[in-house]
Design a protein around this ligand. Structure first.
Ligand code: ATP
Ligand code: MG
Length: 460
């Protein structure tokens, strides 16, 4: 089926350039010069995707986005932001825009966004048929507040050239975040090169990163380009940077400071344009104190920090993740689909998951393979995934917490939120302003929730 895309921009040049580019991709295109016109055209044209300019005369992009979403709650919109309206474009993603592009438009970036968004449309329409729509953004599943903070941060930093240091426990999804940053960056069409610093022996890491010339050491039988060179124009992901030797750290520092590298055994320097994203599960402050990590390198790498929260800090995402992994495994690994009943889900959500999402993923796989029936129940979870009853992470997640008894996923989320807010308010002795501040939530919003959930100070 031919895809339809609506382009809305008051600049004729942009409309025409996008139309030409998209038509070349065999997409049916209509263009509109204003938000008002777009709202008229939309219902007849029924586009799969809308490119929408943020700044327009009259009804601006944000207002148009709001109305479009009212016309069609599933409207897929990519915002186009000019100089100085990035902030607005980022805010638009919170109003449901799928992504945003920056002017001047870069052909590769437009096409990548188009592909991702159309792929997203396909997934979205597929998901509509499923009971609870799994929230996924940049392949990262989750809609909890902590993971949303990660989305916001990564979407803000991706279009820039800033270095990013991703921290988080094992299996929290650090690599996924690194890949998402690359995919959303202007470098998306270029290489994403990954180096696992922990997996490479100390004596080989320099040649791995910077390359070597023939004969520079035993075994160097030919010239070899390093990862910095391979990543030229793209992104270099230095995974497990906390495990890199001090000697290699010194060389990386020099490469970052001067933007040049030289192959082992060669005097020649080579200029490289590489965006570096690093990740570690170690506490680098501790490593620095112990003399194992260079402080100056930390400052070079850690321009924008992103901390990926452990799974136990975002338990609300667990049912979605279970659904996501079981769908993925039944589609890819050919396992028989199984339903997870509510008790199984609440049991899984109460577990502390020291190995985080990777551990959860393995547990889901094990359950799909080993659980005898078509439905996975609490007993299976206990027996096959080693999750015991009565396990609790924090006070509000015990087996008796109200959300453990929720019947549907929606109830579950609401009950979980209710317990969470109640606990937070208690913590701050029912000072609403202070609680709202620590939750980074407008006070009015918290008042609304207090009313909605009928939260009340319990008698002590
Ligand atoms: N939010 C998520 N949604 C879907 N899949 C996820 C999510 N987070 C992690 N995963 C999956 O979990 C696994 C572990 O993620 P990843 O490798 O990115 O973690 P990591 O933090 O780099 O782990 P490590 O520290 O062990 O290297 C991968 O299979 C990844 O696809
Ligand atoms: Mg990793």
């Amino acid at each position: 089926m031919r895809r339809r895309v609506l382009v809305v921009d008051d600049e004729k040049g942009i409309r025409e350039a996008l139309k030409q580019l998209l038509e070349y991709e065999e997409i049916e295109v209509q263009t509109c010069a204003s938000g008002g016109e777009a709202l008229q055209v939309y219902p007849q044209f029924r586009p799969h995707l809308v490119f929408l300019d943020v700044k327009m005369q009259g009804r601006d992009g944000i207002a148009t986005l709001r109305e479009l979403r009212q016309l069609d709650p599933h409207a897929q919109v990519v915002m186009i932001s000019g100089h100085g309206s990035i902030q607005t474009a980022v805010e638009a993603t919170q109003l449901g825009a799928y992504d945003f592009l920056e002017k001047p438009l870069d052909t590769d970036r437009v096409l990548l966004t188009l592909r991702n968004a159309l792929h997203h449309v396909e997934l979205a329409s597929e998901n509509l048929r499923l009971r609870d729509e799994v929230q996924t953004r940049h392949e990262i599943v989750g809609s909890s507040k902590p993971i949303k903070h990660v989305f916001e941060r990564l979407e803000k930093v991706a279009p820039t050239a800033a270095r990013v240091l991703i921290t988080g426990e094992n299996g929290t999804g650090k690599e996924l975040v690194a890949r998402a940053i690359h995919a959303l960056s202007p470098r998306a069409g270029r290489a994403f090169v990954e180096v696992n610093c922990a997996a490479i022996p100390a004596e080989l890491i320099e040649s791995e990163l910077f390359g070597h010339v023939k004969g520079s050491f035993t075994g160097a039988v030919s010239d070899h380009a390093g990862k910095f060179e391979s990543a030229d124009g793209g992104t270099l992901f230095l995974d497990e940077i906390g495990d890199m030797s001090l000697a290699a750290q010194a060389k990386v520092l020099r490469a970052l400071e001067d933007g040049v590298v030289s192959r082992v055994g060669s005097e020649q320097t080579l200029a490289v344009d590489v965006r570096v994203i690093a990740a570690t599960n170690k506490d680098l402050a501790v490593e620095i104190a112990a003399g194992r990590f260079r402080e100056d390198l930390l400052y070079r790498l850690n321009v924008v920090p992103i901390e990926v929260p452990p799974l136990r800090a975002r338990r609300g995402d667990i049912p979605q993740l279970v659904e996501h992994f079981s769908r993925q495994m039944t589609a890819q690994a050919g396992l028989q689909p199984k339903q997870f009943d509510d008790e199984a889900l609440t049991r899984l959500a109460a577990h502390d998951w020291p190995g985080n999402i990777r551990e959860l993923r393995n547990a889901v796989e094990r359950l799909l393979i080993l659980a005898p029936g078509a439905t996975v129940g609490a007993a299976d979870v206990e027996r096959l995934a080693g999750v015991r009853e009565g396990e609790q992470g924090t006070a509000s997640v015990g087996p008796n917490a109200p959300w453990m008894r929720a019947g549907t996923f929606e109830e579950f989320k609401q009950a979980a939120e209710r317990s969470f807010l109640q606990a937070k308010l208690r913590e701050h002795d029912w000072n609403v302003s202070e609680t709202a501040r620590t939750l980074d939530m407008p006070r009015s919003n918290l008042y609304k929730k207090i009313e909605r959930y009928q939260l009340a100070r319990e008698a002590s």
